[in-house]
Design a protein around this ligand. Sequence first.
Ligand code: B4P
Length: 190
Amino acid sequence: MLNLVLFGPPGAGKGTQAEFLIKSFGLIHLSTGDLLRSEIAEGTALGKEAKNFMDKGELVPDEVVIGMIKSKLEANKDAKGFIFDGFPRTVDQAKALDVLLNENGTPISGMLCLQVEKQELIDRLLSRGKVSGRSDDQNQSIIENRISVYTEKTLPLIEYYKPQGKHFDINGMGTIDEIAGRLKEVVEKL
Ligand code: B4P
């Protein structure tokens, strides 16, 4: 079983590259951002709670996202593997994911860390904001807050996966195809 964590700051191309990895390796895509946005679109209580955090560029509480991932893992017991996109985002989320995966004896295979310069992240998200309608992509100060939250709460996860030999840096600058090629090279060796 191949379980990949697709990691990187907001705008690094996680969602974009996940599409390519699903096709190449037959994995199930679990994006906590997409799951939360569909809860918001359906107007659920969970969605209403999450929207307050997402609109400000803050993280949604750990127990909310961990609960969503747990139910998706239970619903896909026959999967060949998963791509976790935008999850885990805190060390507590990573520990909870390990507990859930170890119940099935299928640990994380690798954490793929996309590296992109800050100005490029801001440019990508502002340009998506013009067409997507995503409230968290509309305004530079919210985008900068998301990048700060990433640096403070999410970046330390590298030190969680590194001692396990599971952390791989990938240059996330360049064309989508170039980056996909770099990812494929790393994943084929896992
Ligand atoms: P996410 O949906 O995960 O959004 P994101 O980190 O901003 O990045 P995303 O994956 O969408 O963008 P991508 O890099 O693919 O999270 C949104 C919010 O949900 C969070 O702020 C948080 O509030 C909440 N949340 C989600 N997960 C959570 C968790 N685990 N815990 C707590 N809260 C959580 O791409 C960005 C743009 O760049 C795209 O428009 C794409 O077309 C473009 N792009 C990609 N690659 C490119 C390239 N090579 N060149 C040019 N443009 C490129």
